[in-house]
Design a protein around this ligand. Structure first.
Ligand code: SAM
Ligand code: SF4
Length: 319
């Protein structure tokens, strides 16, 4: 069992398999980065898997594949199957923009994927085009339909932005509710890679909008999830992820691994340690020591309240 210095058990790793993306979301990667990490500097699936085996042996039982856009990486189903075959009880999920999901959802499920989080910021094609930089909505919605039809559990992530999609809070909630998907509204987190003039929406603003349409009660935090849940009269739950609060830091159970092998103890914490040399040399002991050290140095709280804007790219850390 991995325990950090604040007595929190760390049992969850988010693995970014690529920083590349086929979208240019305003809040994440509005411009193509000046340079990508060269493909040869990315860890192979075998190398990532070597590290994940170490982590699983140390007690990790929840793994989320993310990116960039994870579906851009070839043979992702084989990577999923490697993890699943090593420990079928792992809670194995993925966060995706769903653009490439149609046609592969069944393959991913058969490989062992259990759950998906899909980003849907709007249901209006032109707004989707504005947010993502290209005409994406049709593919995204078809991908979601297919994921649901093959029996994958799906949650929806929406980043509400003033003047862009703030009039669609109820629509996205109803779209998700109708299909049995939980929606989570993520407060926009300012970072130096995002479009400069973006304005997010605070939890109170979102709750006010929803209150005009629905009665709901506060349902609190669910386990280690960063999401604060609310329950409508009919039992449907929606969530709000509020990074400016540090409530969820108290029960944070996660660390992050980037595609080039940097192990990050906290999303808003610039320090990281590389596992690259260890896994390239097949040094299991070395990888385990780095893992324990990163868990040991996990900060108590995120640094949201510090004055500087984070320079860490969401497409690199996987959000
Ligand atoms: N490409 C995939 C996707 O968009 O779902 C996975 C990677 S993306 C970085 C993971 C999550 O981070 C998405 O739900 C996205 O909405 C969220 N995200 C990215 N930039 C953000 C920001 N500045 N503030 C809040 N959430 C952000
Ligand atoms: Fe790509 Fe996801 Fe970032 Fe959008 S949020 S640019 S889909 S990595």
């Amino acid at each position: 069992m991995l325990i950090d210095s604040y007595d929190r058990a760390v049992n969850y790793i988010r693995v970014s398999v690529t920083e590349r993306c086929n979208f240019r979301c305003q809040y994440c990667m509005p411009e193509k980065p000046f340079s990508w990490v060269p493909k040869e500097d990315l860890l192979s699936f075998e190398e990532l898997f070597l590290f994940l085996k170490v982590a699983i042996d140390e007690g990790v039982n929840k793994i989320r594949i993310t990116g960039g856009e994870p579906l851009l990486r070839e043979s992702l189903d084989k990577f999923i199957k490697m993890i699943y075959d090593y420990k079928p009880t792992i809670d194995l999920s993925m966060t995706t923009n769903a653009f490439l999901l149609k046609g592969v959802a069944q393959k991913l499920k058969d490989a062992g994927l259990k759950r998906l989080n899909v980003s849907i910021d709007t249901l209006i094609p032109q707004v989707a085009q504005h947010i993502a930089g290209k005409d994406v909505l049709k593919n995204v919605l078809e991908g979601v339909n297919e994921a649901l039809s093959v029996g994958l559990k799906v949650k929806v992530n929406m980043v509400p932005m003033q003047g862009i999609n703030d009039n669609e809070i109820i629509d996205v909630l109803q779209y998700s509710k109708k299909r049995g998907m939980t929606v989570r509204f993520i407060e926009y987190m300012q970072n130096s890679h995002a479009a400069v003039d973006l304005k997010g929406m605070k939890s109170e603003q979102l709750l006010q909008i929803i209150k005009e349409k629905y009665n709901f009660i506060d349902d609190g935090f669910d386990g280690h999830s960063p999401s604060h849940y609310y329950k409508l009269d009919d039992g449907y739950k929606f969530g709000i992820i509020e990074p400016s609060g540090d409530d969820f830091c108290k029960s944070c159970n996660r660390i992050r691994l980037t595609a080039e092998g940097n192990l990050i103890p906290c999303l808003y914490f610039d320090e990281a340690m590389s596992i690259k040399n260890a896994v390239k040399q097949g040094d299991i002991q070395g990888a385990a020591e780095i893992l324990r050290e990163v868990v040991r140095t996990k900060p108590e709280k995120n640094r949201w309240n510090d004055s500087e804007i984070s320079t860490r790219a969401f497409y690199e850390t996987g959000g």
